[in-house]
Write a protein that binds this ligand. Structure first.
Ligand SMILES: [Zn+2]
Length: 144
């Protein structure tokens, strides 16, 4: 009975992870598309600002006050993008926390430590040799 419960628990965790994965996927693609929309809006604002600046320079009416609303609006869009990027990072962090680090590659430190496990010792002089050596590079004795 306990074994069955543990199996059921494992299955439920798997289902939960899949559901978390698809939920965060939907949420992150929604945020990404909002970021892309805001960036397009900002580009359009910049283009319109350029036209307005040039026109006002020709008219002789150019002033910082003339553009105050435009600047404020653009800053608002930039803040929106900053907030959306923060949300995206938060979604990624939540996903990592729930799914764990199993999907990520091993840390470089663990990979660097691995070759040390394959050390062999010369039966004649005792020198440490890399696994796979055919002869001792100290005394020339064949390595078994
Ligand atoms: Zn040796």
């Amino acid at each position: 009975m306990a074994m069955f419960d543990s199996l059921k628990d494992t299955l439920n965790k798997g289902v939960a992870a899949v559901s978390v994965k698809s939920e965060t996927l939907v949420e992150s693609s929604r945020v990404k598309s909002a970021i892309s929309n805001a960036q397009k809006k900002l580009e359009a604002e910049k283009a319109a600002l350029g036209v307005k600046l040039y026109q006002s320079w020709k008219d002789g009416t150019a002033s910082m006050e003339l553009f105050a609303d435009d600047f404020a609006r653009m800053q608002g869009i930039e803040d929106e993008i900053t907030g959306l990027n923060a949300r995206l990072a938060q979604i990624k962090a939540e996903e990592d926390k729930i799914l764990g680090s199993a999907q990520r590659p091993a840390a470089p430190a663990a990979q660097a430590a691995a070759p040390a496990a394959g050390t062999v010792f010369c039966t004649n002089c005792g020198k440490a040799l890399p696994a796979g050596s055919r002869f001792c590079d100290e005394c020339g004795t064949p390595v078994a």
